[in-house]
Structure formats: structure tokens, C-alpha cells
Design a protein around this ligand. Structure first.
Ligand SMILES: Nc1ncnc2c1ncn2[C@@H]1O[C@H](COP(=O)(O)OP(=O)(O)OP(=O)(O)O)[C@@H](O)[C@H]1O
Ligand SMILES: [Mg+2]
Length: 293
């Protein structure tokens, strides 16, 4: 239903933030993973029609969204990465204002606003000025406004920034409760946020698509290539220069280092189960020696 064909984005300073991107999305949760500057927000802004591709075409239900974006915008819920709110309004006032902008019938909007306030645990602050909210509470208002119109396509750019662990879990549950026929695209660097909820992962690096695949495919591609062994702190620098390293855990007896490598890095190294974080580190690292199969 959402099709991205040969899309590139060159900014006015001639910098290419996205090169020749191709994706076909139908339904379900899609996790956009990539380092800072990978081009996640650039892609999301173009899908949300707030920015135009320099080349290529994005279609929704078969129509070019940059020729006529009305249909897409009607079906869209969007949380931009930097989401500004009006500090003098309360949550309820702000959400009513957004509902009016979206052309939602006010009676319907009021019911929906009270549902969303509940879902996002904002009851206690619903009638207080947003200016006095914590960062995580403001973020939850941003999530709520994106869901006001029961959108068919939802774009969340870094939705979990500033959320505490309970609220992150609540957000994951909220995503999982949304119907499966919606397209939900969410970007994050917190790999665990998409590990459980995203059916598919778009992994990107330096504006290029590395893979669009299922979680399991990414994990399978690293099978047998993730290792751990105990080492000393003095060895770490060398190891990091030589290998792609993941988590390093300090123990009484030394440091347990996690390495992603096609060959066994040391005789005592043992194979461990790959995680999505390993895949992210491996495929976005300049050191990797091969492409995903
Ligand atoms: N308006 C702009 N003009 C010029 N370059 C830009 C502009 N917006 C973004 N860029 C550049 O494009 C690249 C991609 O930026 P983008 O914001 O899409 O990355 P991102 O993956 O969302 O990163 P982050 O994880 O930090 O949010 C970056 O190198 C950025 O500096
Ligand atoms: Mg971004």
C-alpha cells in the first residue's frame, strides 16, 4: 500500500542523505534502525509529506503523495523527532486543538482524547499546563496526538526518547495493541524497543538500505558468528581495533567481551546466541566483511 521507489534525497547543501531507497510496506510494525545521521528522519519526513524526494516516487494506495498528499495525510499519524507543544495549553486543550486541525468531529475527538489520556497514563496531568510536564510526559502527548484520527499509517520518529522503563514497556504494549492492518513505522536506536514489536526491520546506514527483513532473518544471518570470552582490561583496545565488539561486561575476574566475527577470535571463545543488537552493530559497522545474505 505504501511504496517507495528509487527515492533519493539531496539537501540544498548538496549532501545526499538518502540514496536510491526502495521499500514496499503493507501492514504491521516496521522498525527503522540506523546510527545518528543514517537518514531515518529524512525518510520519515518524506513519507509524512513534509519534505520532497529529490528523485524517485512515494505512493500511497497507488497515488504519488507528493503530487497530491490529501489522501495520505488523512490516513496519517505522525510524531516528528522534535515535537513542539504549546506550553500554555493543558493536554486536553492541546489534543482538542490538534483534533480540530485534523478536521475530526469534536464529539468523536473528546471520546478519543479521553481514551488516549488513559492509554498513555496522563490522567493525573491531563488538566495541567504542558509547560510544566517532564520530557517523557511531553513525549507521550506527542504519541497521543499521532493516534487521534485512528490513522492507517503511523510514523513515530524516536517515540521512546525520554520515556522511563515502565512507559517504554507501556508504549510497546500500545503498539502491539494497534490493529495489524495498520502500517506502523518507528525509528529508534534502542534496539530492544523494536525487538519484540517489529515484524520487520529496515536497517540503514549512511543513507543506504542495508536490509529490509524479518528479525529472525537478521539473527540467522549471524548464527555462529557471535562470540564471548573473558579477557583483561589491558587487551580491550587491541580487541576493539581488530574486531567488531558488542557489549563488554566487567566481572571480578576480568572483562567479558562480545565479538562478532566469522572466525573464532580466540581459542577459549564460545559461540553465543545473536541478538538484534549484534546485528545492528555488525551491519552498521564499517568493518564488516560481507553483506547480508
Ligand atoms: N536540512 C538539512 N540540510 C542538510 N543536511 C541535512 C538536513 N537534514 C538532515 N541532514 C543530514 O542528513 C543526514 C541524515 O539526517 P537524518 O536526520 O535523516 O538522520 P537520522 O537517521 O534521523 O539521525 P538521528 O538518529 O540522529 O535522528 C545527516 O547527515 C544530517 O546531517
Ligand atoms: Mg532522526
Amino acid at each position: 500500500m505504501l511504496s517507495i521507489k528509487n527515492v533519493s534525497k539531496k539537501y540544498s547543501n548538496d549532501f545526499t542523505a538518502l540514496s536510491n531507497f526502495n521499500l514496499e510496506l503493507e501492514g504491521g510494525v516496521i522498525g527503522l534502525l540506523g546510527a545518528n545521521g543514517a537518514g531515518k528522519s529524512t525518510l520519515m519526513k518524506m513519507i509524512a509529506t513534509v519534505s520532497k524526494p529529490s528523485e524517485g516516487i512515494i505512493t500511497w494506495k497507488g497515488h504519488d503523495i507528493h503530487k497530491n498528499g490529501d489522501e495520505l495525510r488523512h490516513d496519517l499519524g505522525y510524531l516528528p523527532q522534535s515535537f513542539g507543544v504549546f506550553p500554555n495549553l493543558t493536554a486536553v486543550e492541546f489534543l482538542k486543538y490538534m483534533a480540530a486541525l485534523k478536521g475530526i468531529n469534536m464529539k468523536k475527538a473528546i471520546t478519543r482524547i479521553s481514551e488516549l489520556i488513559d492509554l498513555l497514563n496522563l490522567n493525573e496531568v491531563a488538566n495541567k499546563r504542558i509547560g510544566n510536564y517532564s520530557g517523557g510526559m511531553k513525549q507521550r502527548i506527542g504519541i497521543a496526538q499521532a493516534l487521534l484520527n485512528d490513522p492507517k499509517i503511523i510514523i513515530f520518529d524516536e517515540p521512546t526518547v525520554g520515556l522511563d522503563p515502565n512507559e517504554r514497556m507501556n508504549f510497546r504494549n500500545l503498539i502491539n495493541s494497534l490493529s495489524k492492518d495498520k502500517i506502523i513505522i518507528l525509528s529508534t536506536h534502542i534496539v530492544s524497543d523494536v525487538e519484540s514489536s517489529a515484524e520487520k526491520i529496515v536497517l540503514m546506514n549512511n543513507g543506504k538500505l542495508i536490509c529490509f527483513c524479518k528479525n529472525e532473518e537478521l539473527l540467522n544471518s549471524l548464527e555462529g558468528n557471535v562470540w564471548e570470552y573473558l579477557t583483561q582490561e589491558s587487551e580491550l583496545e587491541d580487541i576493539k581495533n581488530k574486531y567488531i565488539t558488542g557489549n563488554i561486561i566487567r566481572r571480578n575476574e576480568g572483562m567479558v567481551v562480545r565479538i562478532i566475527s566469522e572466525t573464532k577470535p580466540k581459542s577459549e571463545a564460545v559461540n553465543v546466541q545473536a541478538t538484534l543488537e549484534d546485528a545492528y552493530i555488525y551491519y552498521t559497522s564499517g568493518k564488516r566483511g560481507r553483506n547480508i545474505e
